[in-house]
Design a protein around this ligand. Structure first.
Ligand SMILES: [Cu+2]
Length: 632
């Protein structure tokens, strides 16, 4: 049998049961971790509550939200351990009146060079399960972490060690998997980056892959599957790493996920996407929930996202765009946001009423509840920008902000905007920790094109090559086997052998489609971007303190100039974060400092080999053959 990753088989076949709890118990004991999270129960228990709870995101109406992980547990769970979310102030000095302090550190600390020693390890148990859910009232097959969309939040303090055991129970659809911790640099932990065909083989159903990394950065992010389209079937959740902030706030409300949603699975839509281009999504979700259909219509289904603001208080919202192919403008009617971080990079605070957020990007914003003279209930809006994708519910992806205990339906009006798929203006994204770009040691220009392949499917190309790499022979395996002299053309590999050089990457396209470019293993600096072709004789590069982050838009019919330093040995993917485009080959790899990877012994051969062996055995047993999908 030849199959490609799909959830189409999930409807009638329950996920297999979880591994016995004693396995997990012994794992926990042997590691002697000071903080742990209860393992989830078997998938059969999860299916009894098919509609996700918004509490899973960490946002709740209470200022101290309940544990995200525990909220996904069915009531028959035998465990009562719940210590996943740090509460109170972990560090003296970090108070509502001064969020710039963090123990012996503060917002000016160079987090690329300094990490607090907390001596805390946080341990999580994830289980990938497939089931049916109805996030907007329409039931369909989904894939999830621990049975909810979004999955449980990974909480940590800056400097903590984090261990996540991910058990793949996607047996019904015979899906391999991996989890990527978006934006984490993974310095010294390159195998925890979780990219199939690059840093690992797919984890086979029935097996557990343990990711270990350190929270060397702080702020907001998300984790998601990095195998095929699983992330957009529901395999994602939040990452909240507490640390200092560039402006003060009273209440941390946690992640706020903005998502597009379809009533067919994205695997079902993929054939059409690669033949005809993406079709319109049906709807969108905010923290995993929304209505479908107009207000007042008896046929409306689902439930809106709701959040309570404390009147007079300021609230930190950690926005994440987790869409497969939707650029959002985010706003809360009548309110101004103070933006304090872009991706994992704290920035000088600036104010805006409307925020542009591209796929994969995060923004931390602070909103003060000081509009009680206007109303007690306000619409919170995630507006798809139809300049780059279609959605059938474009005006209805809305949640509600209630002041205090109000329960009313808002009548507020949204701010006016011009539909466009653009980043926030570069000049506003000023990193609080200045990092000038060094002199260019190495540069290349990658030109983006699109064409149909022999099967008439759209494929994206970088300098003429569309990435296609092998699940069973990841890049790190080739490094381990000293086989890097023979990377295939389709691996789209760029080798960066030397330490601490500044890499300048120009990406350019003549096609009027914007792409959110994401680099693993680094924050890149955005030296320039614009429309038209990049002309080095007329474009001035911003090298003093350029915006720095891990996702930036390549403007349609335009260019972007990105730069970073080779300070992190590893195999790092760079790709468009539009889910369809990644699968259609829009990706590059950088093999950074191969000699140092070996000299520093950074590859755990047992983990690498065992994962690949288990996958090979599984694939042979089940007759799974990779066709034209890199799995990334
Ligand atoms: Cu793209």
């Amino acid at each position: 049998m030849t199959i490609r990753p799909s959830v189409s088989g999930a409807t009638s076949t329950p996920a297999s049961s979880a591994p016995v709890s004693s396995t997990r118990g012994s794992s926990s004991t042997s590691l002697s971790v000071p903080v742990s999270v209860a393992p989830s129960s078997a998938a059969s228990g999860i299916s009894s509550s098919p509609v996700s709870s918004s509490a899973a995101s960490g946002i709740s109406s209470s200022p101290v939200s309940s544990s995200a992980a525990s909220s996904t547990l069915p009531s028959n769970s035998t465990s009562t351990i719940d210590a996943s979310e740090p509460t109170g102030s972990a560090c003296p000095g970090n108070t509502a009146d001064d969020r710039s302090q963090w123990c012996d550190f503060d917002i000016s600390t160079d987090y690329y060079a300094t990490v607090p020693d907390t001596n805390v390890t946080r341990e999580y148990w994830f289980e990938l399960v497939e089931l049916n859910m109805a996030p907007d009232g329409f039931s369909r097959p989904v894939m999830t972490v621990n049975g909810s969309i979004p999955g449980p939040t990974v909480f940590a303090d800056w400097g903590d060690e984090v261990i996540i055991h991910v058990t793949n129970n996607l047996a019904a659809s015979k899906n391999g998997s991996s989890i990527h911790w978006h934006g984490l640099h993974q310095k010294g932990t390159l195998q925890a980056d979780g990219v199939v065909s690059v840093t690992q083989c797919p984890s086979a159903p029935g097996t557990t892959y343990t990711y270990k990394w350190r929270a060397t950065q702080y702020g907001s992010s998300w984790y998601h599957s990095h195998f095929a389209l699983q992330a957009w079937e529901g395999v994602f959740g939040g990452i909240v790493i507490r640390g200092p902030t560039t402006a003060n706030y009273d209440v941390d409300l946690g992640n706020l996920f903005l998502q597009d949603w379809s009533h067919q699975t994205v695997d079902e839509l993929y054939m059409s996407a690669q033949l005809n281009g993406p079709t319109a999504m049906d709807n969108g979700l905010i923290n995993g929930t929304n209505v479908f259909g107009a207000d007042g219509d008896a046929a409306q289904t689902g439930k809106r996202f709701e959040v309570n603001f404390e009147p007079g208080k300021s609230h930190l919202l950690r926005l994440v765009n987790v869409a497969i192919d939707t650029h959002f403008k985010f706003m809360i009617d009548n309110h101004t946001m103070t933006v304090v971080a872009a991706d994992f990079v704290p920035i000088e605070p600036y104010q805006t009423d409307i925020l542009n957020i591209a796929m994969g990007q995060r923004y931390d914003v602070i909103v003060t509840a000081n509009k009680d003279a206007i109303a007690s209930d306000f619409w919170l809006r995630a507006v798809p920008q139809i300049a780059c994708s279609d959605n059938d519910s474009v005006d209805n992806i809305k949640g509600i902000v209630h002041y205090g205990t109000s329960t009313g339906t808002p009548t507020t009006i949204g701010a006016e905007y011009t539909d466009a798929c653009i980043d926030e203006v570069d000049s506003k994204l000023v990193p609080a920790l200045a990092k000038p770009a060094g002199d260019q040691f190495w540069t290349t220009k990658e030109v983006v094109t699109v064409a149909r392949n022999s099967e008439n499917y759209f494929r994206w190309f970088l300098n003429g090559t569309s990435m296609l790499i092998k699940w069973e022979n990841p890049t790190l395996m080739q490094v381990q086997n000293n086989a890097t002299g023979s990377f295939s053309q389709e691996s789209n590999m760029i080798t960066l052998p030397n330490a601490n050089e500044w890499i300048y990457l120009i990406v350019e396209t003549a096609i009027p489609v914007p792409h959110p470019l994401h680099l693993h293993g680094h924050d890149f600096s955005i030296l320039a971007s614009g429309t038209g072709r990049y002309d080095p004789t007329t474009v001035t590069l911003n090298r003093a303190n350029p915006p720095r982050r891990d996702v930036a838009i390549l403007p349609g019919s335009g260019y972007v100039v990105l730069a970073w330093q080779t300070d992190n040995p590893g195999a790092w993917l760079m790709h468009c974060h539009i889910g369809w485009h990644t699968l259609e080959g829009f990706a590059l790899q950088f093999l950074e400092r191969e000699d140092d990877i070996k000299a520093q012994g950074l590859i755990d051969q047992t983990l690498l080999g065992d994962t690949c062996d288990a996958w090979s055995t599984y694939a042979a047993t089940e007759g799974i053959v990779q066709i034209d999908d890199s799995g990334i």
